[in-house]
Write a protein that binds this ligand. Structure first.
Ligand code: ADP
Ligand code: MG
Length: 228
């Protein structure tokens, strides 16, 4: 048992160090980006190379940012929250991005029990990642439907469905693995972070998809607190 404790402590130190290193990487990155932008503005040549450099710097920045989020969730702050409120604030956060992409987000509540014990910020992170993926899967716009059900006692089910490009069945297994992405500027960390967070909440996350039709992400979470 003591060994397990030491192991946990070592892990949390490793996590803290990783978060610290990630934080330190951001400063030189910001200065590289600034100088690249400056040099691009000073020359009429090589613009396409500067654009590639800037895109790649943004990618490193996104990876570092998501990595910091990944190293952080050690300090879970479990409190009673209403999923409807959490989804509403995520909706507000993503409003600009969804409007710009002609995407409508619709939420349906078919469950009496929507209050759960959770870390609010971590769950927000999960919904943001999944809804962002849904928006990115519909380049021509469309609908994201979020549904809350209670099919099973003590469990709330959240389904997020898009009408996007879908995922080839041979790729479904690879999702959630680190750095698996099909996007030119993706990090491939979003779903892995979602899986980790849902696991820490004793829940499950699964993905169903039909090519050319759309994708449904299903999350099941235990209701620790009753709605009384
Ligand atoms: P990223 O979005 O940075 O690529 P994610 O871990 O969020 O990383 O997603 C990994 C990959 O899973 C994506 O690159 C994409 O191929 C696929 N994917 C995830 N969600 C969807 C979706 N709703 N529709 C189609 N493909 C998806
Ligand atoms: Mg993503």
């Amino acid at each position: 048992e003591e060994e397990a404790l030491i192991k946990a402590e070592k892990l949390s130190i490793a996590g803290q160090m990783a978060a610290g290193i990630a934080h330190e990487i951001r400063n030189p990155l910001t200065s590289l980006k600034g100088f690249s932008q400056f040099l691009k503005s000073k020359t009429s040549n090589y613009h396409e190379y500067f654009d590639i450099m800037l895109t790649e710097l943004d990618r490193i920045n996104a990876i570092v940012q998501e990595f910091m989020a990944l190293a952080k969730p050690q300090a879970n702050q479990f409190k009673s929250h209403d999923l409807v409120d959490i989804l509403e604030s995520v909706h507000t956060l993503l409003e600009t991005q969804s409007n710009l992409n002609n995407v409508q987000i619709v939420t349906g509540v078919n469950s009496d029990h929507t209050r759960i014990s959770c870390d609010e910020n971590q769950l927000k992170q999960v919904f943001i990642n999944i809804i962002k993926n849904a928006i990115e899967a519909m380049p021509g716009g469309g609908k994201v439907v979020i549904n809350l059900h209670s099919k099973q006692a003590g469990v709330v089910m959240i389904q997020i469905t898009d009408q996007g490009v879908g995922i080839p069945s041979e790729l479904l297994d690879k999702l959630g693995g680190p750095f698996f992405t099909t996007k030119s500027s993706g990090t491939g960390l979003g779903l892995m972070i979602c899986q980790r967070i849902i696991q820490a909440h004793q829940g499950t996350l699964s993905i169903e998809s039909e090519l050319g039709k759309g994708t449904t992400v299903t999350i099941e979470l235990p209701i620790h607190c009753s709605n009384t």
